[in-house]
Unconditional design. Structure first.
Length: 99
């Protein structure tokens, strides 16, 4: 699958959760040339999500489940698909518009 299509699928899936404003969703893809999964060279997809604090554990679990389910549908032959979510604090966050 081409990266732009995958980016769009992720964006739409994140929008569908109703946990974020569309303008706040940022999706990036990084591929790895060197990796090991369980000491094997098997295909994998791992989503690292950093989101602003304030969502419940249940909301974050729902987000992970929906995103991984979508990836399993898009990539049925990839044996290792996972996601984890990290919160970041509003107090320590800064972007260009805040300076």
């Amino acid at each position: 699958m081409m990266k732009p299509l995958l980016l769009n699928n992720f964006f739409l899936q994140a929008c569908a959760t109703n946990l974020f404003d569309e303008g706040d969703i940022k999706v990036r893809i990084n591929s790895f040339k060197k990796y090991s999964v369980g000491n094997k060279r098997e295909p994998f997809i791992h989503v690292f999500a950093s989101i602003m604090q304030g969502r419940t554990s249940e909301q974050k679990a729902m987000l992970s489940q929906q995103m991984v389910s979508k990836l399993v549908t898009l990539f049925p032959n990839v044996p290792n698909i996972a996601m984890n979510i990290s919160d970041f604090e509003m107090a320590t966050y800064c972007n260009r518009t805040m300076v």
